[in-house]
Design a protein around this ligand. Structure first.
Ligand SMILES: NC(=O)c1ccc[n+]([C@@H]2O[C@H](COP(=O)([O-])OP(=O)(O)OC[C@H]3O[C@@H](n4cnc5c(N)ncnc54)[C@H](OP(=O)(O)O)[C@@H]3O)[C@@H](O)[C@H]2O)c1
Length: 268
């Protein structure tokens, strides 16, 4: 595989780096460029990989250039690297909401771009990463991108038109889910269960449910029906959720997040 260069070693850049090293990529096959000198020194010392002095150095050494800066820094970063990219290099952008066409509008000529959208669960090797290939990407390059992001968790390939939906579902998904978990914990507390016990119980309920879902390999509604006995406690609670349009609220929240992801491209 071609050498990997990472631009921007913040939260996501570091999560990617860590996952690659855990998956036995060699320190000499990864380089990076980070604008904050102190941060660069910290990363160099912790992971023993080299921070290069300029975009030029990074692009000369790398075949895959992972751009992991904030969307608001996209224009400055892409303007800096665009003149240095040739047809052998592949840009892999993890920037939320930034479309391949936005990137090409800055570079002003055809270059190879792959969009990838991992989520924060990359930190524990359980990310759900959506990837979409731009024009001219060869099968071997897409395979390498899949391999890179499979170090972070699972990889789901989609057309670029679905990347905003992937950003909402995968990127914001953990926050929505945690919000639900918070509500479960608070419900326990409201009924008198001490907070720590309510938290431990709620987390175990979710862990157990996910494990069962994976082992049974069925649609969630099948498992849900199994615990919904006639005239019982579960159907009583579910009826309230239905009255409050629980499912509809979640669907709308994720759709709204996707719409917002689409708006982020205006930063470029
Ligand atoms: N965090 C997530 O869970 C997540 C998930 C999916 C996708 N992403 C995407 O990943 C990207 C990075 O997010 P993050 O949370 O890692 O942000 P972050 O922690 O702010 O990291 C970005 C890093 O890049 C540096 N930087 C800015 N401009 C640069 C440049 N021109 N050259 C080199 N380094 C530069 C920043 O320095 P300064 O602080 O000085 O600007 C910062 O250290 C974003 O586009 C985001 O949409 C993040």
């Amino acid at each position: 595989m071609k050498k990997i260069g990472i631009i921007g070693l913040g939260n996501m850049g570091e999560a990617i780096l860590k996952a690659l090293l855990n998956a036995n990529y060699k320190t000499e096959d990864i380089v990076f460029y980070e604008i904050k000198k102190e941060r660069a020194k910290y990363i160099e010392e912790l992971y023993r990989i080299r921070c290069l002095d300029s975009y030029g150095d990074l692009i000369r050494e790398s075949g895959y250039i992972i751009v992991a800066v904030k969307p608001q820094d996209a224009r400055q970063t892409l303007t800096g690297i665009a003149p240095l990219i040739d047809e052998k290099k592949v840009i892999i952008s993890v920037m939320a909401g930034i479309k391949i066409s936005n990137i090409l509008s800055v570079t002003d000529r055809p270059i190879k771009v792959i969009r990838a959208m991992p989520n924060i669960c990359a930190k524990v090797g359980e990310a759900a990463t959506g990837i979409a290939a731009g024009k001219g990407i060869e099968e071997a390059e897409l395979k390498d991108a899949r391999e890179i992001f499979s170090c972070l968790g699972s990889v789901i390939e989609v057309g670029e038109e679905l990347m905003d939906a992937v950003t909402a579902l995968g990127g914001s998904g953990p926050a929505f889910f945690l919000f639900f978990l918070e509500a479960m914990i608070d419900a326990g507390v409201k009924m008198g269960i001490p907070r720590e016990k309510s938290k431990a119980m709620s987390i175990q309920v979710i862990k157990g449910t996910i494990k069962m879902l994976e082992e049974e390999d069925v649609h969630p509604s099948i498992l849900r029906e199994m615990v919904t006995s006639p005239g019982g406690t579960t159907i009583t609670g579910l009826t309230h959720l239905e009255k409050k349009a629980f499912k509809g609220s979640i669907i709308t929240a994720i759709e709204k997040a996707a719409k917002r992801a689409g708006e982020l491209s205006s930063w470029l």
